[in-house]
Design a protein around this ligand. Structure first.
Ligand code: PGA
Ligand code: MG
Length: 239
């Protein structure tokens, strides 16, 4: 049963990084520790934002490529692969030590999740972040209790922007994609949702790989999650 304003929507799938929590500080700290351990040059925190959202493997390969290129090394794929296993081990170590300490929940997140719950929706968190990072982060930020399911980037064979994780999350929620709203901050989330057949709303404050989020094809945009229920009610009543 959903509230009258959310007719047609039974559940919502919410992204984590850039949507619920601003985690750039955590990424910067953990990557800084990893690079130091590998005796590689540091990376500017501003560069990291563009690399977040496609999972940790992509992030680490992008960072290694970036710092080696900056150092004038023009690395090929095999040089990056040679460093990868140790980089992942050191990154994981540092991330788990600092997880949540340098990140903050965006304004309006708790209110937004409460409103969605109050409207009778089932909720899942679906992130490309590994579950081993996502679950402790949600707990540390007091957000874990809102979700029926939490799936990390390592939960399924493929990550967003592939539709598979969304389809599997809908199956776990027991909802049809067409009645499940995807809420994210990036083209990754929107493309996965579109391909799965879910309506999609994007927040305007996240990362979106450094690109303007309003240029991404979506059904709506909100400046805070607390606007989601009112905005969606409004959009539905106009359609
Ligand atoms: O790439 C990540 O680690 C985070 O991605 P998310 O935006 O799907 O939470
Ligand atoms: Mg995101």
């Amino acid at each position: 049963m959903t509230a009258p304003g959310l007719q047609g929507i039974d559940a919502a799938i919410i992204d984590l990084d850039g949507t619920m929590v601003d985690t750039l500080g955590d990424f910067a700290q953990a990557l800084g520790g990893m690079l130091e351990d590998l005796q590689l040059p540091a990376i500017e925190p501003a560069c990291i934002e563009h690399m977040v959202g496609k999972g940790s493997e992509h992030l680490l390969r992008s960072v290694l490529n970036h710092v080696l290129t900056q150092a004038g090394k023009a690395p090929d794929a095999s040089e990056i692969e040679a460093l990868y296993a140790r980089a992942w081990e050191r990154y994981q170590h540092h991330y788990l030590v600092i997880n949540g300490r340098y990140s903050s929940v965006y304004p309006g997140v708790q209110q937004g999740l409460m409103a969605l719950r109050g409207a009778g929706l089932r909720l899942a968190c679906l992130t490309n972040k590994p579950a081993g990072f996502a679950l402790p982060l949600l707990r540390a930020k007091g957000l874990d209790g809102f979700f029926d399911h939490v799936f990390g980037g390592d939960a399924f064979e493929r990550k967003k922007p592939d539709p598979l994780p969304i389809l599997k999350t809908c199956a776990a929620l027991g909802t049809l994609p067409a009645r499940t709203l995807m809420v994210g901050d990036s083209s990754n989330d929107a493309r996965a949702a579109r391909a799965a057949g879910c309506p999609v709303a994007l927040v305007t404050y996240g990362y979106n790989h450094g690109q303007p989020v309003r240029e991404v094809d979506a059904d709506g945009y909100v400046n805070a999650l607390r606007e989601l229920v009112p905005a969606w009610v409004c959009a539905l009543s106009k359609s």
